[in-house]
Design a protein around this ligand. Structure first.
Ligand code: KIV
Length: 271
């Protein structure tokens, strides 16, 4: 078996081939050079510079406050580290909903100033023109349906979306619309597993799920949640692979103790 880390660069076409070959797609968020370097070297297929940076990097309650320039700062840092993964950057709230010209300008600014490979934006029919215009400039677009956190004040809560048939039907239609427009992939967030499976099997383009069950073509998690850096967020869909909050806190306490006791630095650690 070939070593995934030595495989060639992942492109949007690779993801389509992976779907055809029934090979699950792995995606994770990253927002800075050091973390991006680690997850790229680990062999992750897609890195999402998500607007969840607003929560996990900046400490905001929602994804709404993060600006286009702040997303560009994070994305450029990630791109400097990445050798193999496909890097997708979120268009932040307010940078594409106004009109399609503004959406195109935002996408072009991201592509020019960061070296990103694609952009992601939230919504279906309501952002159709924006998606079409960005795609017409040759910029690959990933869609995002289901729970779309930029609309949190419309939803009022972060509960599972599309449980009712009317919303499920709208999601099915939006998914097909995004495929017809030319999106290369769609994130499905927090929807019933059965619906995600049905939508995924009806599309040629891959779906990437978060809280959408095992029937999606790939999975994404927020890096800080998956590593246990953030202890306060415990949704059912999250699998934690580490408890870094505790590990980092413990290491910091030991360092403080060593400084206070004059144990650090010792003779080997000085000049
Ligand atoms: O911003 C983000 O991290 C996302 C994922 C949750 C898909 O959009």
């Amino acid at each position: 078996m070939s070593n995934p880390i030595e495989q060639k660069k992942i492109t949007t076409h690779t993801l389509l081939e992976m779907k055809r070959a029934h090979e699950p797609i792995s995606m994770i968020t990253a927002y800075d050079f050091s973390m991006a370097k680690i997850v790229d070297a680990a062999g992750i297929d897609v890195i999402l510079v998500g607007d969840s940076a607003s929560n996990v990097m900046a400490g905001h309650e929602t994804t709404l406050p993060i600006t286009l320039d702040q997303m560009i700062y994070h994305a450029a840092s990630v791109l400097r580290a990445v050798k193999r993964s496909l890097v997708v950057v979120d268009l932040p709230f307010g940078s594409y909903q106004g009109n399609s010209k503004e959406a195109l300008n935002s996408a072009i600014k991201i592509m020019k100033e960061t070296g990103a490979h694609a952009v992601k934006l939230e919504g279906g029919l309501e952002v159709k023109e924006a998606i079409a215009r960005i795609l017409s400039a040759g910029v690959p677009v990933m869609g995002h349906l289901g729970l779309t956190p930029q609309s949190i004040y419309k939803f009022g809560t972060y509960v599972v979306r599309a449980k009712e048939e009317a919303e499920a039907q709208r999601l099915r239609e939006d998914a097909h619309l995004l495929e017809e427009l030319g999106c290369f992939s769609i994130v499905l967030e927090k929807i019933p597993a059965q619906l995600a499976k049905e939508v995924s099997s009806g599309l040629k383009i891959p779906t990437i799920g978060i809280g959408a069950g095992n029937g999606c073509d790939g999975q994404v998690l927020v890096l800080h949640d998956m590593l246990g850096i953030n202890k306060d967020f415990n949704p059912r869909f999250l699998r934690r692979y580490m408890n870094l909050f505790d590990d980092i806190q413990d290491a910091t306490k030991r360092y403080i103790a060593d400084v206070k006791s004059k144990d650090f630095p010792n003779e080997q650690e000085q000049y």
